[in-house]
Design a protein around this ligand. Sequence first.
Ligand code: FA5
Length: 337
Amino acid sequence: LRDEALRELAEAADPARLNDLRVKYLGKKGALTEILRGMGSLSAEERPVVGQIANEVRGAIEQTIEEKQRLFQEQETERRLKAETIDVTLPGRKLPTGAIHPLTRVAREIEDVFLGMGYTIAEGPEVETDFFNFEALNLPKDHPARDMQDSFYITDEILLRTQTSPVQIRAMQAMNGQTPLKIICPGKVYRRDDDDATHSFQFNQVEGLVVDKNIRMSDLKGTLLTFARAMFGPQARIRLRPSFFPFTEPSVEVDVTCVQCGGDGCRMCKHTGWLEILGAGMVHPRVLEYGGYDPNEVSGFAFGLGIERVALLKYGVDDIRSFYLNDMRFLRQFARM
Ligand code: FA5
């Protein structure tokens, strides 16, 4: 029995077969168990002899099974290690990484320039009341200048803001007449403009507002020149053209020298050498009053610049719509900058 068991165990090729053999010899109905069970019918002299032999056989079988088990385990571990080998010298796989959208990048750069000049960032709602978007900015209901900014109305009194200027009023009112007030407000605005190369129905502005004693037009000009140089390089120049906004008096539109041609004239600046990027002016006395200030005590300047226009100029992009098409070939160019 012993020889047969050991031979069969030696031939066992896998753990399942090994288990079958354990049952066959050592199980409840196994061959060795049968012998041990039959010991009762043996004589008193035979019993210890047979018992000892049977125990030896069991020991030998158990030991062989254990050794065999260990061997199978080692083989399994080795197989797994081989299968899961990691070659640390292989080059890494490149994962596609995201990048900051060019408009976000330009917005952040603009914010940085003004933060550096001591401005803080204010925010206001995109869904705005007629009062803040128009009325308090010196644009009463029947004012013809409302046509300059064709609006998306939600109700008679609520609309998508057409400009970031309503934040001027909100920021002033929050100051309770205190000075100085020095804020910028970046954000989305909406107009019923037909899309073309330089217009979009939804675009981004950065509003700027300073209110203090003795704020003058020269402060506005100096601030905008500092901004233009920080944004477009030390050679950048600015040009103030007289303009009209109901909430500023006097009002100007501001052009900067075209970065693409350096002021010599190219298609981008319609061959003038200049590109308009913002509207600005001295805060209208009535607007200061709506904001809770006494126009005899304080004065202020304000500006509203178009982020897309700055981005067009800065990167030499010739169509504003490129920023909104999500064409990866376009966007990838900025990821590497
Ligand atoms: C205004 O929106 C005024 N609120 C600006 C202002 C603020 C003046 C404070 C005085 C004091 P305007 O409509 O010109 O002005 O727009 C300002 C800038 O937004 C423009 O110079 C241009 O850069 C940009 N812009 C205007 N319309 C569009 C459009 N449809 N798509 C993209 N950019 C536009």
